[in-house]
Design a protein around this ligand. Structure first.
Ligand SMILES: C[S@@+](CC[C@H](N)C(=O)[O-])C[C@H]1O[C@@H](n2cnc3c(N)ncnc32)[C@H](O)[C@@H]1O
Length: 288
């Protein structure tokens, strides 16, 4: 795959807001995950369930050692490195954000993965290049019909799509879509009921397996909440200007809201998961 030069890492300045417009949601997502502060809160795996979810998904994909895998929307590259190191796959990884790709490259000390800055909507790869595609918590942040058609194009016939993403039962989660956690959890444009089945079928995939991982959203919210509390406690007990730091990282709303705002937001998400309004699913699909 041809690659664009990777620019040095630089803190992005995210606008923490989402709209129904797919481009704005994608830009917001890249900006949020481009911030080192976001990694501090979420961890190096930028999806619910972390590496355990990735291992489960790759094991279910059953790609043979040496198979070519594309990590589509790789974030910091944690999953791509795992796929190469633990599953023996030949991995290429792309992300729309040059700053994020630069950070992924810096972590790949083993040089096991080929990294590129590329948009899923126009992948710089020939038809049928890959045996498998991994896409975790990405399609909910971009124009997914178009992206799925591209993923199908670069997969060989019979290739495997291993997908995990945020689902919603309807409109309720939109109440938190314009707030930090909503953006960080890809809730702003989560998949609606039936949409995964319809869009995958339309793009030329047959779903082989689908399972629920909603409990990982609660785990992630718990972790983010406790890290926000810790950061705020440290800032209070020291001369650390957390609000200033957060502002610099473009995440001002995080610090300005204080512990109560963080708790209310986390409570909102946990309750939505309990009511079945927000969930997380894993899917294995075959390219027809
Ligand atoms: C929630 S993060 C998930 C990252 C990674 N898959 C993981 O699980 O650690 C979503 C990532 O998708 C990337 N992204 C969003 N839209 C994209 C697009 N159209 N093309 C390529 N990358 C995209 C963002 O820049 C961000 O790094």
């Amino acid at each position: 795959m041809t690659s664009e030069p990777v620019a040095p890492a630089r803190a992005a300045t995210p606008r923490i807001e989402t709209t129904g417009d797919a481009a704005a949601v994608a830009a917001c997502c890249s900006a949020v995950y481009g911030s080192p502060l976001a990694e501090l809160l979420v961890g190096p795996s930028l999806h619910p369930g972390g590496l355990e979810s990735t291992r489960m998904l790759l094991a279910a994909a059953r790609l043979p050692c040496g198979a070519r895998l594309l990590d589509a929307g790789c974030g910091l590259g944690t999953s791509a490195r795992l796929a190469a190191a633990e599953f023996g796959l030949r991995v290429e990884a792309v992300d729309a954000s040059a700053a994020i790709v630069a950070r992924a490259v810096a972590r790949d000390t083993a040089g096991e993965v080929v990294w590129s800055r590329a948009d899923l909507l126009a992948l710089p790869a020939a038809d049928g290049t890959f045996d498998g595609v991994l896409s975790e918590c990405v399609l909910s942040t971009t124009a997914r019909g178009h992206a799925l058609a591209e993923l199908r194009r670069v997969l060989r016939d019979g290739g495997t799509l291993a997908l995990s993403d945020v689902v919603t039962s309807g409109a309720a989660p939109l109440a938190i879509a314009d707030r930090l956690l909503g953006a960080a959890l890809c809730i702003g444009d989560a998949w609606l009921p039936g949409e995964i089945e319809d869009q995958l079928a339309e793009a030329g995939f047959t779903i082989e397996r689908r399972w629920d991982r909603s409990e990982t959203v609660v785990e992630l919210v718990d972790r983010i909440e406790s890290r926000v509390r810790l950061a705020l406690a440290v800032a209070r007990g020291s001369s650390l200007d957390l609000a200033g730091l957060a502002e610099l990282a473009g995440l001002g709303s995080l610090a300005s809201g204080g512990p109560d705002a963080a708790r209310h937001l986390a409570d909102d998400v946990r309750a939505a998961v309990r009511r079945g309004e927000i969930g997380y699913v894993a899917v294995i699909a075959r390219a027809r």
